[in-house]
Design a protein around this ligand. Structure first.
Ligand SMILES: *Cc1c(COP(=O)(O)O)cnc(C)c1O
Length: 387
């Protein structure tokens, strides 16, 4: 056993949360869109140029709002990656959409951009790329297909804080700034968190007016608050998506530490990579691939094992050593729910491969060199014993 167990995740606590929460309480306004919501939004404008953002209570909520906003109706189709979190698909299924699953690329778990065009039908409304582990999908290709067929692109940017895409024009753009809409998560498992939280980024300004209404439970309250009308009322569907200002204060505290958090996570990622590189050279495992157009935001460090048996045995071996490593998604096309409602289950071998062979290693702010070493030592021992 190592000196002490190594958990898979420890939620980030920066130490300045309580003082910002106190400040929020002292404003006397605790509901959504108070002082700290505004401060968070200002942060996103200045750091990433996200001109229009709305904090939500989760990324799931942001995706549900996006589905409403683009007017998804029963019978519409959306295309997304099967290897993703449930919410990417569920948000659209809730509005009656049929989800069409694309496979992953073979070199990393992002959506296979080249497969999109043949999945489009006359009912297709949107493509939902998921930037797995904060590693960008090839957005030039995706936006070109979307333009050609007049589709919306909604980036599932849940894992993408401080991650970038460099397109053919050589410009480095933050993930979340490219699609018509984007959804971020601040769940406790993400780099920056407020426990549960999210954000919708609205890049297509045509959607802005309606977004305001959906966020305000289907009313034109925002116009009222701007003194554009003398009373507000029910004008559309909507729901309650805003987090309280207390939650926003927590988030704002974390955003103040973004640079040091990112530096530390990327350093951990790089230590894993360089230490495990000899195992990749011997063919024992595959390390993450970061395409030339993508950046690394240190969200997840994963390895891909040569077979499901090896992955599962390695996971057991690590568990015996007190180390929590974790597989990731059960591909949605092979889920119970999807199979119950769909007769034609697509064959998505790359998705299946990542479901069965991918393993995520412990990764959190504050992980010590000793903890990292006990993880990499345990992996090396496993492969030496099984060579
Ligand atoms: C975390 C995550 C979500 C869900 O985020 P919540 O804030 O928990 O709703 C959705 N999609 C992806 C890809 C995620 O990683």
């Amino acid at each position: 056993m190592p000196q002490h167990p190594v958990p898979f995740n420890r939620p980030l606590i920066t130490g300045s949360e309580l003082s910002f929460i106190r400040e929020s309480i002292e404003t006397g306004i605790l509901s959504g869109d108070g002082l700290f919501s505004s401060r968070c939004k200002a942060f996103f404008v200045s750091r990433y140029g996200f001109k229009n953002t709305m904090l939500t209570t989760s990324c799931t909520d942001a995706l549900e709002m996006a589905a409403m906003l683009i007017g998804i109706c029963p019978g519409d189709e959306i295309i997304t990656c099967s290897y993703t979190y449930v919410s990417t698909a569920n948000a659209f299924v809730l509005r009656g959409a049929n989800v069409v699953f694309a496979d992953c690329r073979n070199d990393y778990p992002g959506i296979d951009e080249d497969s999109l065009e043949r999945l489009i039908t006359k009912n297709t409304k949107a493509i939902i790329p998921v930037h797995y582990a904060g590693i960008a999908c090839d957005m030039d290709k995706i936006m070109a297909v979307a333009d050609k067929y007049n589709l919306y692109v909604i980036e599932d940017a849940a894992q993408c804080i401080d991650a970038y895409y460099t397109g053919a024009d050589g410009m480095q753009k933050p993930l979340g700034s490219i699609g018509h809409l984007s959804a971020f998560s601040f769940h406790e498992t993400k780099n920056i968190t407020c426990g549960e939280g999210g954000m919708l980024v609205i890049n297509d300004e045509r959607l802005l007016d309606r977004a305001e209404i959906l966020l305000e439970k289907g009313t034109n309250r925002r116009r009222f608050l701007r003194h554009e009308i003398d009373k507000y009322q029910w004008v559309d569907v909507g729901s309650s998506f805003s987090p309280s200002d207390v939650t926003a204060a927590f988030l704002y505290a974390q955003l103040q530490h973004l640079d040091s958090v990112q530096q530390a996570r990327i350093k951990t990622w790089e230590t894993y990579y360089s230490t495990l590189l000899p195992l990749q050279k011997r063919g024992h495992l595959t390390l993450p691939h970061i395409p030339h157009y993508a950046s690394n935001n240190g969200h997840i460090f994963y390895i891909v094992c040569p077979s499901p048996e090896i992955r599962n045995n390695l996971m057991k071996h690590l568990k015996m050593m007190g180390i929590s490593a974790s597989f990731h998604y059960v591909s949605l096309h092979s889920s119970e729910f999807y199979k119950a409602y769909n007769k034609n289950i697509p064959y998505l071998p790359q998705s299946d491969k990542f479901s069965e062979c991918l393993l995520r290693l412990p990764m959190y702010y504050g992980i010590t060199d000793n903890e990292i070493k006990s993880v990499t030592d345990a992996i090396c021992t496993f492969f030496e014993a099984n060579a």
